[in-house]
Design a protein around this ligand. Structure first.
Ligand SMILES: *Cc1c(COP(=O)(O)O)cnc(C)c1O
Length: 362
């Protein structure tokens, strides 16, 4: 069955005025995309409609058993006032990988990309235009069977909502403090770590709270078996800049395969730098620090793009990295990626997908 999109559009009487301070995930545009899945009909009821509450039966399966996944990506208003989405194809491919791992149906990525573009076109007035600001896109899917019992749901809902977000670094690119700890683990190999599913974030909250109380921005997770190898940070992948190598933990199954990580690896390769994906023990990082071979540490993710690590702490040892300053390479990567996002630099990788403004008369 070929899907088509139904439109129920809101009548807009007033011009949209965005708040001065957008923050993250606080404001939403006035439309959403929604579709349903059932075993006999497949995906159906694809609709763009006014943003509204969703009403669920109290037994709805994902609330109890956690069958739910999401994606997070961004659309930008370029310096030429065009709108472009960064690597939506790669994000939707990852959505389908997440779906597969927890027995959820795949979506037709081309159709969903088309729906995403339509939704963004309709709500394009919500896309902020200051440098650093963006439209955050949150596609998600959940099991919607109104029945108890641990088994894959037979019905699902897929939704896309949009949120204008502020600059991650309103006061300029600043380094963060991270804590590597072994009191808790986020994910284990062969578990759900590589899947963007709710359980991983629930697993991370207590450690993140405790780290925050001690003044750290985020937690650096160690592997779930021996707590020996570094894995990733709360919502970012991690890169260790050694003297002769820029290394990032290889994807062993417990690490979320970040799209920013992938883009950064490609850029570093193109710049002729020695970038590797391998196991990196926390011990190796400490030894490099002690011997002066640790140049920098940075995180990568859609929200912050690049995050310089100024302080890394493990078992009471505080390692001040690059004197707590932003690394040169970190800044270069941040500038390169944002230049592509905002259309200042030609996108030679075909990473950006244009959105035709006002494809639909509102
Ligand atoms: C989303 C996410 C990342 C970063 O992925 P991007 O695709 O670069 O945004 C890294 N780690 C975790 C746990 C995440 O949820």
């Amino acid at each position: 069955m070929k899907n088509k999109i139904n439109y129920i559009l809101k009548e807009r009487k007033e011009k949209i005025i965005l708040p001065e301070k957008l923050g993250f995930g606080q404001y939403f545009t006035d439309h959403m995309f929604e579709m349903d899945y059932s075993k006999d009909k497949g995906w159906h009821n694809a609709t763009i409609k006014p943003l509204s509450e969703i009403y669920l039966h109290p037994a709805t399966s994902f609330i109890h058993y956690g069958q739910t996944i999401f994606e997070g990506l961004k659309a930008f208003r370029t310096i030429d006032d065009e709108i472009q989405i960064f690597r939506p194809d790669t994000h939707l491919e990852r959505l389908n990988n997440s779906a597969k791992r927890i027995c959820m149906p795949a979506v037709d990525t081309e159709f969903v990309l088309e729906a995403m573009r339509e939704l963004i076109a309709i709500d394009s007035d919500w896309i902020p235009n200051k440098r650093g600001e963006a439209l955050y896109i949150r596609p998600f899917m959940f099991g919607s069977d109104p029945a108890l019992g641990v088994r894959p749901s037979s019905e699902y809902k897929f939704i896309i909502i949009l949120s204008p977000v502020g600059a991650y670094y309103p006061e300029g690119f600043k380094p963060v403090k991270i804590l590597a700890q072994d009191d808790y683990v986020r994910a284990v190999r062969k578990g759900l770590g590589e899947c963007k599913t709710a359980a991983n974030y629930a697993a991370s909250l207590l450690a993140a709270n405790e780290a925050a109380k001690k003044g750290f921005t985020q937690v650096l997770w160690l592997d779930g078996v021996e707590q020996k190898y570094i894995e990733e940070v709360g919502t970012m992948n991690i890169f260790i800049h050694f003297k002769d190598e820029i290394a990032t933990p290889k994807l062993t199954g417990s690490i979320l395969p970040g799209v920013t990580r992938r883009s950064v690896i490609q850029l570093l390769k193109e710049w002729g730098l020695n970038v590797t994906e391998r196991l990196i023990s926390i011990r190796e990082v400490i030894d490099a620090y002690d011997s002066g071979n640790l140049i920098g540490v940075f995180g990568t993710g859609t929200a912050a793009i690049i995050s310089s690590v100024g302080l890394l702490s493990y078992k009471g040892k505080d390692m001040m990295i690059n004197n707590g300053n932003v690394g040169e390479l970190d800044l270069k990567l941040f500038n390169e990626l944002t230049a592509i996002h905002y259309g200042e630099k030609e996108d030679t990788h075909n990473w950006t997908f244009k959105v035709e403004k006002k494809a639909i008369e509102v």
